[in-house]
Design a protein around this ligand. Structure first.
Ligand SMILES: Nc1ncnc2c1ncn2[C@@H]1O[C@H](COP(=O)(O)OP(=O)(O)O)[C@@H](O)[C@H]1O
Ligand SMILES: [Mg+2]
Length: 287
């Protein structure tokens, strides 16, 4: 397991009248190289949980393990951890500060003490991965990029550390459809081609299901369910608790199956529904 938690609890403002226990005993395991989606209603503790994976928050109780080692929280240990586990915050571009895209993406590797030549290489590579490697971008202010490009630039600034795991908190928020599609294509490439472990909080089920291996469902600070897409979608009541609806294609196929047509109910996208229906038509035509 690449990331694992053991009875992880977290309380904001402990020992004060404002104390609120947000994580209440989280036990989870995330395999190296997997693509995991974290679902849950707003306020269930998803963002709080993610911040434990790269040591931004320190558990009130329990433990977090990365790569088999319990996390330590010294400066040196955190620096090492952040090379392994990169976290892309919600609306990460709100934290841009550099004058050029190059400097923005170069910040972490420079901070890590790499030579200028090594930094240059890291930046080029990271920008290439997200598709912002056109030379014209390098000297551009990150603030002048489009919303979709800004999000990609923020991801590049985390990829510049060459992490083994990439964690993203609602990465498509505020993006139009084309930028969302671009982002999911990037996540797929990072996971499948680059072997990066991806953990993402998103409500875009239809887009993420074809990419994801594993789903975790968090409610009120606990993981109440985990499994494959087929397992999660066979429990519409659980999704409803998360404020999520089944993808339209899934609902349609489930209704048709319930009406007696021989369709799989584990269909999550329009493309899969089309293939299922076409296969059925061919079978019928052959009779
Ligand atoms: N910095 C913080 N200080 C105090 N309470 C917080 C803070 N961040 C989140 N919370 C509270 O913790 C709970 C879980 O929040 P969060 O982890 O952001 O959930 P989610 O990402 O699932 O919406 C909420 O009740 C929220 O108000
Ligand atoms: Mg959140």
């Amino acid at each position: 397991m690449f990331i694992r938690t053991e009875d992880l609890t977290y309380t904001y403002f402990p020992g004060t009248p404002f104390a609120v226990e947000v994580l209440r005993g989280v036990n989870l395991s995330i395999a190296r190289g997997s693509f995991t989606v974290l679902l849950g209603p707003s306020g269930s503790g998803k963002s709080t949980l993610l911040q434990h994976f790269n040591g931004l928050l320190q558990p009130s109780g329990g433990r977090v393990y990365v790569d088999g080692e319990p996390l330590g929280y010294s400066r040196r240990e955190l620096l090492q951890l952040r090379q392994k586990v990169g976290l892309v915050f919600q609306e990460p571009e709100s934290q841009f500060f550099a004058e050029t895209l190059f400097d923005e993406v170069a910040f972490a590797p420079r901070n890590f003490g790499l030579s200028p030549a090594a930094v240059d290489k890291r930046v080029q590579r990271a920008l290439q991965l997200v598709g912002l490697d056109d030379a014209a971008f390098l000297a551009k202010s990150p603030f002048r990029l489009s919303a979709g490009q800004q999000r990609l630039a923020a991801i590049a600034s985390v990829l510049a550390m060459q992490p083994q795991a990439l964690i993203l908190d609602e990465p498509t928020a505020g993006l139009d459809q084309a930028a969302q599609d671009r982002l999911f294509a990037l996540l797929q490439e990072l996971n499948r081609e680059q072997g990066i472990t991806v953990i993402v909080v998103t409500h875009r089920l239809e887009q993420v299901v074809p990419l994801a291996h594993h789903f975790l469902v968090m409610v009120e600070g606990r993981i109440i369910m985990e499994g494959s897409a087929a397992e999660i979608f066979s429990r519409p009541d659980v999704l409803e608790r998360c404020g999520l609806a089944l993808p339209p294609a899934t609902r349609l196929m489930q209704e048709l199956a319930a009406a007696g047509l021989p369709f799989s109910t584990a269909i999550f996208s329009l493309e899969e529904a089309r293939a299922e229906i076409n296969a059925w038509r061919e079978r019928r035509a052959q009779r």
